[in-house]
Design a binder for this molecule. Structure first.
Ligand code: UT7
Length: 312
């Protein structure tokens, strides 16, 4: 869906959206397509790419804030069944746009502790079903998508591995980006099946300021505690929320913005899926090579943020 198409349903313009966010398009799932449907597609592609059978998976981690059903069952279990991953535990991970970063660190912890050998990590989101299409402050920002990775014990010839991860939470900002109705705090009323609180609400300015600081802190922490400088990093793969956020963070810290990968123009913000979609795209278009050092950095609802230091 282009910005011009969006401008037909809400009071906005291509000029405003592009100049404020860097977004030109977003992909919208067909009606009836849920997070598990996109997740299964991404998972199958990742398993095939890794040469791993579904039966080898010990754990499925599904990062999503747009699950098939609110709360239960876990969407990861629906994916487990569809993949016939008969030996896998399955759980959802709710860290919104930081979900893939949290998931990578969780996968690493399971593997390093010996609790799992093979983890399937998926970020899958259908934000088109939870945004208020009448709210121009938020609906222009998001898109649907999924990405997946297989994380396994051991090292490849190129030395691919997860070196470090840093995760943070700032719950005082919990309501800055939230769906406030439909949980145990504000349950759905039987006579009022839809209320504005059912949809995503966002304090854009607050999230913007938080995000810039979060990117800077995460990258600096991962560099410092691993004895690295920014010159040692081939790519930063940031959560794709707004190019202005990424540019402002790079400028503030004195990092070369050209080493921050962006593809938000095509996909908008796909939340937990944005980092794996970017990594997959980089792998396919040759931007990233085996053995390169990468920092992923995510930030979002919770508020949560963090990053992973990996050798691709
Ligand atoms: O994964 C995390 C997800 N969330 C985010 O990343 C959001 C972070 N925040 C942002 O990216 C930015 O704050 C936004 C893109 C949401 C907004 O940009 P901004 O430069 O902070 O604009 P603003 O909220 O200060 O609004 C400026 C004006 C307002 O009009 P007035 O009050 O100055 O007359 C808004 O009503 O722009 C107006 N506006 C729009 N106009 C046309 C807000 N949204 C739109 C729109 N089209 N879609």
């Amino acid at each position: 869906m282009s910005n011009d198409e969006l401008a037909q349903i809400v009071d906005t313009s291509d000029e405003w959206i592009y100049s404020h966010t860097g977004i030109r398009y977003r992909h919208i799932a067909d009606q009836g397509v849920a997070a598990s449907d996109l997740a299964v597609e991404a998972a199958r592609a990742a398993l095939q790419g890794a040469g791993v059978e579904a039966g080898q998976i010990d754990l499925i981690l599904l990062a999503t804030s747009t699950p098939d059903y609110p709360g239960l069952p876990a969407t990861a279990c629906i994916v487990q069944d569809r993949l016939e991953a008969v030996n896998a535990a399955a759980m959802d991970l709710v860290a919104a746009c930081t979900g893939f970063v949290y998931g990578l660190q969780t996968a690493r912890a399971f593997i390093e502790s010996g609790s799992a050998d093979t983890v399937l990590l998926i970020g899958s989101e259908v934000y088109s079903q939870i945004i208020n299409w009448k709210d121009r402050n938020s609906c222009v920002l998001f898109g649907d998508g999924a990405g997946a990775a297989v994380i396994a014990a051991g090292q490849t010839a190129a030395g691919s591995r997860i070196i470090d991860g840093a995760l943070y939470s700032r719950g005082q900002g919990a309501e800055a980006l939230a769906r406030l109705t439909g949980g145990s705090r504000n349950p759905l009323a039987a006579d009022q099946p839809t209320t504005p609180g059912c949809y995503l609400s966002m304090d854009g300015r607050r999230v913007y300021n938080f995000a810039v600081a979060a990117i800077v802190e995460t990258i600096q922490t991962l560099l410092q505690r691993n004895g690295l400088s920014f010159d040692d990093i081939d790519w930063v793969v940031p959560h794709q929320a707004n190019v202005r956020i990424i540019d402002a963070a790079a400028r503030r810290a004195g990092f070369d913005p050209a080493r921050f990968y962006t593809n938000i123009a095509e996909y908008a913000n796909t939340s937990a899926a944005s980092i794996p979609i970017a990594l997959d795209e980089m792998s396919r278009n040759g931007a990233i090579a085996r053995g390169q050092t990468v920092i992923t950095v995510g930030f979002g609802s919770g508020l949560t943020y963090g990053g992973n230091l990996i050798v691709w």
